[in-house]
Every structure is written in C-alpha cells, then in structure tokens.
Design a protein around this ligand. Structure first.
Ligand code: PMV
Ligand code: MG
Length: 334
C-alpha cells in the first residue's frame, strides 16, 4: 500500500541572522506550497526526486545525499525502537521552483521533514511535531549544516511560530558520542510557540526571482553580528510576537521596520536591488515590507492593513519585476 505525505515551505518574518545565536528568537511562517512524498515497501531501496533525473538506492550519491542521510538516520531510529527494517520506494515531487529558479522557501529542510514523514507513515508510527523537528535537526547537524534550524521547526510545526534556537554545537558534538535515542530524549533548550494572529490583515510573499544561497550569505555576514544587533533584534522579535497575538498593527509595523533596518545595517549583501525595491513599494501605504531570510535574493514579505493599499503594493511589485508568490488573510478566526 502506498502512503502519501506532504510538507510545506517556510519564510522568516523577523529574527534572521540573530537566531543563529543560541537563545535568540525568530518568527517564521509556514507557506502552503508543498512537496509530496509517495512511499511503499518494495524489494529494494529506490529513491527518486524530481529535482534530479535519476533514481538511486542507498549507494552514496552526491545529489541524493540529503535524502540518503535522512533515510540512514530514520533506519537507526526504527532500529532503536526494535522495528525490523524493510526496503521501500520513495518518490518526491513538487520542487519549490519555477523555470529552474528556486523560490527560497526552504526546500532542503522540507525534503528532510518529508522523508521523515514518509518513513514514519510507512511504518505506521505517529511522531509529534517536536519529535519530527528534532529528527530533522539531527540529520542536518550531522551533515554540518550551519543554519539555525528555524526552517525545519517551522516546516515540522506547519504553523506561524516563534522559534528560539538551542546550543547546536553541544548537540552536534554528541552525535558522534551518544546513541540517537538518548540525544532525542534530552531537552535541547529549544523554545517553539505557535502564534495565532489577531486582527485581520493581508500577508504577502514577493519573489525576486533571484536565487540566493543562505549558507554562503551566513558565512559572509556572521562576523558582523554584534551583541547590540542581537539585543535589539530580540526585543523587536518579542514585540512582534505580542503585537501579532494582540492585533496591534502599529507595533507590528514598527517592529518589522526596525528589524529590517537592523538587517540593512548588518550587511549590504542582505538588501540587494530587488529587495530594496520590494521594501520601497510599501512607502506611503498602510503596509510594511521587508526581505525574508538570508536575503541577497529569494523572497520578501509584506503585511498590509488596507485593501486598496494591498492592490497598490502588488502593482508596485509587478512594476519592479517582483512576482506575488503567495498571499493569505490572517487573523480571521474571531
Ligand atoms: O534564506 P533563508 O530562508 O534560508 O533564511 C536564512 C535565515 C538565517 O537566519 C540567515 C539563517 C538561519 O538558518 O537561521
Ligand atoms: Mg533565502
């Protein structure tokens, strides 16, 4: 029997770069653009992703290393629960890109969570969002990933979240020394809170169509991260979380403007020309816009509190060559 699972994309609202430091927070939004995984038991292992043009087994393959590493960790996890392993055929579709250009919605994190969900569905296991997050972060840390793991947290929880990062160095060091089960059983010190926004407003995602590589930007920018950047960003992230919950529009705008300004000051690599245009488009409107994630391309986000201004914002984006990738109305539950 074939099982089908899916995973979303994610985008940062606030806290980029700051969240790379243990104890610092960020706010991330799940984006319902999905990857799909289909899996069934088979005679031998077969893995296929539509990102590539070939199918592999578990023989190491450069292109499939992320998926293969996830399968290896999951097999270790299953064995730790005394489940006997059986080979399977996993097919992954829905690359988060258009005309060969990625959206920058966290496809690598999404592939890891997708592979975990597929395997657990196949074996009939139910994992919590927290367990899924920890397994995905474990896979990425084992591979030497230099990210904050905010992406996999958002994708595993599939929600608007506040994510506070843990001591990744400590967990990474334990990977070679302690069994998977004991690492998973520990409290990593991560804080994750779901946020249910109050007060209706529009959320927009603008795509610059200029792919950026987070890993390279992190390496380029990280030395500029100062304690004053961290303190100020954290203050605004917490203010934004509260404002979202309470529906305080002026504070949402202020805090997003402030974190945006802090990012622009951090490094000129973050706000490239397209992202500057994306932000400029909100001028004079009842809106706020900023770059999202590492910057240098990919996507930016906007919140709009007026229907007519929403229209103007999107028109300005179009004029600047920025595609409206996704929009959503928030805070409609009450
Ligand atoms: O560009 P993205 O969406 O991969 O976001 C990167 C955000 C950083 O804070 C710069 C890095 C990280 O992993 O948190
Ligand atoms: Mg990016």
């Amino acid at each position: 029997m074939t099982k089908t699972v899916r995973t979303c994309g994610k985008l940062y609202l606030a806290g980029e770069y700051s969240v790379l430091t243990e104890g610092q927070g960020a706010i991330l939004k799940n984006i319902p653009i999905y990857m799909t995984g289909k899996i069934h038991f088979s005679e031998r292992y077969q893995l296929f992703s539509d990102m590539f043009d070939h199918t592999v087994d578990l023989t190491p393959d450069d292109e499939y290393s992320l998926i293969q590493d996830t399968v290896a960790v999951m097999n270790e996890f299953l064995q730790s629960r005394s489940i006997s392993l059986r080979p399977f055929f996993l097919t992954i579709t829905g690359k988060m890109e258009q005309d060969g250009k990625k959206f920058g919605l966290g496809s690598s994190g999404s592939v890891v969570v997708l592979t975990i969900r597929a395997i657990t569905a196949l074996y009939g296991l139910a994992l919590s969002a927290e367990e899924t997050f920890k397994l995905a972060a474990y896979v990425l840390l084992k591979r030497g990933d230099n990210g904050s793991m905010g992406d996999v947290a958002c994708i595993a929880y599939e929600d608007l979240i506040y994510y506070q990062s843990f001591d990744r160095k400590r967990i990474a060091e334990q990977i070679n020394e302690s069994p998977l089960e004991s690492i998973l059983a520990q409290d990593w010190g991560t804080v994750i809170r779901r946020i249910q926004p109050h007060h209706p407003f529009d959320f927009f995602v603008g795509w610059t169509k200029e792919p950026a590589i987070s890993r390279d930007l992190i390496n380029q920018v990280k030395s500029a991260i100062s304690s004053s950047f961290l303190t100020q960003t954290q203050e605004e992230v917490l203010r934004l979380e509260k404002a979202l919950l309470a529906g305080e529009k002026e504070i949402m705008k202020e805090s997003l403007e402030k974190v945006s300004h802090l990012l622009a000051e951090l490094s000129p690599a973050i706000y490239n020309e397209k992202l500057r245009a994306l932000k400029r488009a909100s001028q004079g409107l009842d809106c706020v816009a900023k770059s999202s994630g590492a910057g240098g391309g990919d996507c930016g986000i906007a919140l709009s509190f007026s229907e007519t201004d929403s229209q103007i914002l999107v028109e300005r984006w179009q004029g600047a060559g920025i595609d409206l990738l996704y929009k959503e109305r928030w805070g409609m539950d009450e």
